[in-house]
Design a protein around this ligand. Structure first.
Ligand code: RB5
Length: 147
């Protein structure tokens, strides 16, 4: 399993962020915040903190996890970045397919919509599943084709 991973949330995802970090103590987490859930924050600000770092690395491996209330806002913002493929997962299958077929490098979760145990399954699967390549390679390349 990957040893280093970034994670960020908003107030709707803060609690799940803490639960995920606690469940995977073997991972060297870079927690980009927020550090508490006492006041509301804007999810695009925290997506930006993480995505700017992923963008610099240009890596295809799983790089980070973004959590807001639904996971949607984080995914929408993250996918503005040219080298990011952010996938919203809500089950083990959706997480696995995001790696096998889409080579997703950022996992988005909805802290208010899925249970902590489902979220943990999604994270584990995301980190353990390789990109399948083959027929999916050209499709993934097309995702990044300029409009
Ligand atoms: C915050 O209330 C909520 O809008 C946010 O966490 C997220 O669900 C947005 O997509």
């Amino acid at each position: 399993m990957k040893k280093h991973l970034m994670i960020a949330a908003d107030h709707g995802g803060w609690e799940l962020k803490e639960q995920i970090k606690a469940h995977f103590p073997e991972i060297d987490w870079t927690d980009l915040g927020p550090q508490n859930s006492t006041s509301p924050v804007d999810y695009p600000d925290f997506a930006d903190l993480l995505c700017a770092k992923v963008e610099k690395s240009l890596s295809n491996d799983p790089q980070g996890i973004l959590i807001c209330g639904s996971g949607q806002g984080m995914a929408i913002r993250a996918n503005k970045y040219p080298h990011i493929r952010a996938a919203l997962a809500w089950s083990e299958d959706s997480s696995r397919l995001s790696r096998e077929h889409n080579n997703a490098n950022v996992l988005c979760l909805g802290g208010r919509l899925i249970s902590p145990s489902t979220a943990i399954e999604c994270v584990k699967t995301f980190l353990e599943t390789p990109f399948a390549g083959g027929r999916h390679t050209a499709r993934v390349e097309k995702i990044h084709k300029p409009l």
